[in-house]
Design a protein around this ligand. Structure first.
Ligand code: ACO
Length: 438
């Protein structure tokens, strides 16, 4: 297992009059866990924890977040500092290597991103065979899985240079994302350019056209950098856990990341950013009647939830939502865009934050609440929002996959269960079953 733990404290567990001593381990920031790794062997019992509300699946050096205080640090650096001062490429490097790059390391990493940006020409034909209106996340996960066949270096040598491995994937996913958008519009593909920065290159591939050349806007590039940084990692969330779990079977990076993309697609996870804008559009269409949505969210008999609110870990402000709200204001001013959805979002937030239902349950806006409004302002359509999230989350997924792969304490992920089905019963031959059913 990674890192060092304080293990001079123990917890006592008594089962059927017999007491067991369990080590208490402590992380760098003082968070504590009861180490139950030998529990089953010693006591014959397992633990049951649906949704993993109390279960640590690994020790990790990548990201620290403290939900109660709204803290999020990547490799020890506060998210506010990184979002304010770094490019997405620097943060990707940080997540993968554990330190911010020197200028030499940065230019090596950036050059690799430029060098690996193309995808095999045969892969481009794949886009033609998805049915119209295929969800971009379905295309993305399929294409990423296919990369393992087109670029088998990784599967043949899973321990190849981390920079090559990561930049090949980060760069190609950017190209696949932009091509998915172009294909969905029936527009000609725009190939990556070596002279552009990561975000500028992506925007150019998305929006340049032979009949309307795209002008790169520094404010838009800055907003995109910020938004991708905010999404770059979030410790053991659903998609990252999926990447680690699938990767724990020693499957290649591409297949593991493809699993992460599928998990992220879910409306309770990455799909929420699209759902937020759809909800705001519905409110706009109903003349701004947000109260109905608040009332529905509070109704215990209605499954509806106020999308973009609540978080499994943050029971206080999500630090990312603060940064994204400010970025949202900035980008709309810079682009001279006025979006009524932003006004509705702000009113909705104000009402919810002062409503007892949301206060009692510690429900605050999460990162998805404002991100979609920035994407709209940039010109990215709703169905591409979750793809944007995936683009941002990639360095985190890769860093976790690598950490899991290198962990000397690694084991295939294989949870246990409590069986509650029928007890053993005698087999009934089909003729007898038929007789019984007559
Ligand atoms: N609107 C209304 N009520 C909510 C909301 C919400 N968005 N979120 C939670 N609640 C309520 C629940 O109904 C529950 O109420 P109860 O105690 O009366 O039964 C209570 O708050 C606790 O909710 P849980 O479902 O136990 O919280 P959990 O930690 O399991 O879920 C989740 C977290 C899935 C994010 C949830 O808040 C949610 O569904 N939010 C809306 C979807 C969303 O925005 N997802 C994006 C998450 S961020 C990300 O993935 C990047």
């Amino acid at each position: 297992m990674i890192g060092k733990f304080t293990t001079n404290k123990t917890a006592e567990l008594t089962i059927d009059g017999k007491t067991f001593s369990l080590p208490i381990i402590e992380g760098t920031e003082g968070e504590r866990a009861i180490d139950i790794r030998h529990l089953r062997k010693e006591t014959g019992h397992i633990t049951l924890d649906s949704g993993f509300m109390n279960t640590g699946s690994c020790a990790s050096e990548i990201t620290y977040l403290e939900g109660a205080k709204g803290i999020l640090n990547y490799r020890g650096y506060a998210i506010d500092d990184l979002a304010e001062n770094c490019s997405f490429v620097e943060v990707a490097y940080l997540l993968l290597h554990g330190h911010l790059p020197t200028s030499e390391e940065y230019s090596h990493f950036s050059n690799l991103l430029g060098r690996f940006a193309l995808i095999h020409e045969d892969m481009i034909h794949f886009f033609d065979h998805f049915p119209p209106n295929t969800a971009p996340m379905a295309i993305l996960s399929s294409m990423v899985n296919s990369l393992s066949n087109f670029y088998p270096e990784m599967t043949e040598n899973p321990m190849e240079d981390i920079d090559i491995m990561a930049t090949r994937l980060i760069s190609k996913v950017r190209t696949i994302a932009a091509f998915t958008f172009k294909k969905s519009k029936g527009s000609p593909l725009v190939y990556p350019r070596h002279d552009l920065s990561y975000c500028a290159n992506f925007l150019n591939m998305m929006f340049d056209s032979p009949v309307k050349p795209y002008t790169i806007n520094d404010d838009v590039v800055a907003a995109l950098n910020k938004i991708l940084i905010l999404h770059a990692d979030h410790e053991q969330n659903c998609s990252t856990s999926a990447v680690r779990l699938v990767g724990s079977a020693r499957v290649n990076l591409y297949a593991s990341i493809s699993a992460g993309i599928s998990a992220l697609w879910g409306p309770l996870h990455g799909g929420a950013n699209q759902a937020v804008v759809e909800m705001l559009e519905d409110i706009y269409a109903s003349d701004g009647d947000y109260q109905t949505y608040i009332d529905r969210a509070k109704d215990p008999n209605d499954p509806f939830r106020l999308v973009g609110f609540g978080h499994r870990v943050y029971k206080s402000h999500d630090p990312r939502s603060r940064i994204i709200k400010k970025a949202c204001d900035e980008v709309l001013v810079a682009l001279k865009v006025s979006d009524p959805l932003l006004d509705i979002a702000k009113e909705l937030e104000e009402v919810a934050l002062n409503d007892e239902f949301f206060i009692e349950r510690n429900l605050y806006p999460n990162v998805d609440f404002y991100s979609g409004i920035i994407y709209r302002a940039i010109g990215i359509p709703n169905n591409m929002f979750t793809v944007m999230f995936a683009l941002g989350r990639l360095p985190g997924w890769i860093a976790h996959w690598k950490e899991m792969w290198d962990d000397p304490d690694w084991r295939i992920g294989r949870p246990r269960q409590i069986y509650v089905g029928p007890k053993h019963r005698p087999f009934i031959p089909q003729e007898e079953r038929d007789k019984e059913s007559r």
